[in-house]
Design a protein around this ligand. Structure first.
Ligand code: EPU
Length: 416
């Protein structure tokens, strides 16, 4: 298994190009199942999760051609309706085939994803929504078995804001009969990106980006050519890297509007941030200030940036309270950061972080995607060497991350 070695102590400077968004690409690639013919997607990040998505789509009968950051998919011959445990186990976002399969084939058999390192992550709201559209749903032998004669528009309220739940229902309702209203929907840029692609395919979706989405079902959708939006979490990760290492990073090919909550918080730590068209420049300052942060659905501070922000607070002046309100167990990085000298006390869904003058390098273990990158960030400012193991988590969601850090001046290498 690969490991990443990081030698701490240098400031990161220069330019970095942001890749396409993982969490926008996943539902958009799944939406190819809704049309006959070849769709083309550009700016798709090269990641393990994208590879898993391609395998899953091929397993369902789609043809998939990958050429660097471009993926072409032809779902004309989709006949299989099963997403097996072997594939869903590797990537829980596989559950995003449920909506398209129900819309297209009126049946789906998808392995229940089960919990993961960050929480239980149920999919009850996806299933409740599909049932409201007319699907019969059974849970058998660890699988969701759904079928319907036809899907019919409905009024659906999400008890909890769910990103992939909103996406699944938007896809299912696109070619359902009549009008579907989705209430209390996720407002993430990735939801808007999917709605834009579906509309480009011929769907009639209004309100994406607000908490009320209406979808007027159409009879069929067409293939599409679409470009994946920049990854806002990768962007935020490099913003933290600049503030943390007291460097100066020009982040290019990003979308500053998608990061308002993150920009606001990093500014409060003293870093100087300038935004322009498709770029963000972050200059770190000598004294990092503490500030509290609470993760909430978009447009607030994202849970996917919590671990990275905690590293910044670990070496800030003063005390910071970090509250995680989205996932019940997203503090797996805390014990590893403590092994590097961070002073963090956990209490329920909050972490009290007392800034320390410095961290020290240590062998640490990655537990999930964002935790992995937080350990690399910690390694960048720690004294000595940090060895991060289980980096397959990192490869699921960050394209060529160690090369990007290296170009900015980090001492980082991957050991095979
Ligand atoms: N929830 C339910 N029932 C449901 C669905 C969700 O109770 O049916 C709860 C979850 O347990 C959680 C909350 O609702 O407490 C929000 O979960 P959500 O469904 O929004 O998460 P998700 O759609 O499974 C996506 C991202 C995650 C990101 C979250 C929150 C994708 C593929 N994944 O997950 O990304 O953390 O939204 O923003 O879009 C990551 O990239 O590292 C990652 C974990």
């Amino acid at each position: 298994m690969d490991k990443i070695l990081v030698e701490g102590g240098c400031s990161l400077n220069g330019e970095v190009e942001i890749s396409g968004s993982k969490n926008a690409a996943l539902p958009i690639l799944m939406s190819s199942l809704l049309a006959d013919g070849w769709s083309t997607y550009s700016n798709v990040p090269v990641l393990k999760d994208i590879e898993s998505t391609s395998l899953l789509l091929q397993n369902l009968g789609a043809e998939v051609e990958t050429d660097g950051n471009t993926i072409r998919i032809n779902a004309s011959e989709v006949r299989n309706h099963e997403a097996p445990y072997e594939l869903v186990r590797k990537m829980r976002a596989s559950v995003l085939v449920l909506g398209p399969l129900m819309a297209r084939l009126k049946k789906a058999r998808v392995s229940l994803p089960g919990g993961c390192a960050i929480g239980a992550r149920p999919i009850n709201l996806h299933l409740k929504g599909l049932a409201s559209l007319g699907a019969d749903i059974d849970l058998k032998e660890g699988y969701v078995e759904a079928s319907a004669d036809k899907l019919k528009g409905a009024d659906i309220y999400f008890d909890t804001i769910t990103v992939t739940g909103t996406e699944n229902l938007m896809m299912a309702a696109s070619i359902a009969e009549g009008v579907t209203t989705l209430r209390n929907t996720a407002r993430e840029p990735e939801v808007i990106a999917l709605a834009d692609v579906l509309n480009e395919m011929g769907a009639n979706i209004k309100g994406a980006g607000t908490s009320l989405i209406t979808i007027e079902g159409v009879s069929a959708l067409n293939p599409v050519s679409a470009e994946i939006i920049p990854d806002r979490i990768e962007t935020g990760t490099f913003m933290i890297a600049a503030a943390l290492t007291k460097g100066d990073i020009q982040i290019k090919n990003c979308q500053p509007d998608h990061l308002k909550g993150v920009i606001n918080k990093i500014k409060q730590t003293g870093a100087v941030i300038e935004t322009g068209d498709g770029r963000i420049q972050v200059k770190g300052v000598d004294e990092i200030l503490s500030t509290d942060v609470k993760t909430v659905p978009y447009p607030g501070f994202p849970t996917d940036m919590q671990a990275q922000f905690m590293v910044l607070m670990s070496v800030a002046k003063g005390l910071s309270i970090i509250s995680e309100t989205i996932f019940e167990n997203r503090f797996m990085h805390v014990s590893e950061l403590k092994r590097m000298g961070a002073d963090i006390t956990l209490s329920g869904n909050s972490a009290m972080v007392k800034g320390v003058p410095g961290l020290s390098g240590a062998p640490v273990m990655a537990t999930d995607l964002r935790a992995s990158v937080s350990l690399i960030l910690a390694g960048l400012v720690a004294n000595g060497q940090t060895e991060v193991s289980r980096v397959y988590h990192l490869d699921r969601g960050y394209e060529a991350i160690e090369k990007k850090f290296e170009r900015l001046g980090a001492y980082i290498k991957r050991i095979k």
